[in-house]
Design a protein around this ligand. Sequence first.
Ligand SMILES: Nc1ncnc2c1ncn2[C@@H]1O[C@H](COP(=O)(O)OP(=O)(O)OP(=O)(O)O)[C@@H](O)[C@H]1O
Length: 242
Amino acid sequence: MTTSAITAEGLRKRYGDVLAVDGVSLQVETGEFYGILGPNGAGKTTTMEIVEGLREPDEGSALLLGEPSWPRNTDLLRRIGVQLQASAFFEKLTAREQIRSFASFYGVSDARADAMLDSVGLTDKAHVQDDRLSGGQAQRLSIACALVHDPELVFLDEPTTGLDPQARRNLWDLLRGINEEGRTVVLTTHYMDEAETLCDRVAVMDRGKVLRVGPPRELIEELGVDSLEDVFLSLTGREYRE
Ligand SMILES: Nc1ncnc2c1ncn2[C@@H]1O[C@H](COP(=O)(O)OP(=O)(O)OP(=O)(O)O)[C@@H](O)[C@H]1O
């Protein structure tokens, strides 16, 4: 029997008056490309952080690679990759110094760090300081840093936000490649075309709850609409969010 990459049951998390996550259960299979979609404030990031073992749920529990994700388990953290925002880079380091620093945390060699930099097409930017990288280059560097220790499962929180179409398409190829190497990928995005193209299955969340889970094509057919964007709008409504 293969173990699911993620099994979450009845997750709940409250911040003061806000019930950010309200009874979320989900299952992600090994090798899946899984998307978590939802309007601003839907609870996507909080759900991911609980599953990653970075935040304690008020209720419920999650298994990550077959192990409880809370209490925080450092052995388990070594087996996952979490893409940090570019703002989490060390200040004033070059691209090569950034990734070598991340690699050293995990006892990974400089050679592997350099190879990873190359695999995201940044070898010619190795000597460029982080604040001089373009948005797309910085995103690729942050993904390379999340992958440097060869994790089995990768979490990406809005990896293509703010990128131009060329950079976005290039990143899609990179993300597809990561998944084709056999890694499970979980991503959040506000771009429905991105989710439709990349994800095997998506979970649509709103107001802390999972509203629907399925392959994009099946959800489109089930709701009798033309696109995943239509699915999203018909499930979550059209009013403005925070
Ligand atoms: N540390 C925190 N303290 C207080 N409230 C928080 C905290 N983190 C998130 N929230 C609130 O919890 C709710 C869910 O936030 P969360 O960031 O999980 O949603 P999200 O779906 O990732 O949103 P976005 O798409 O805007 O990133 C929001 O109302 C948010 O304001």
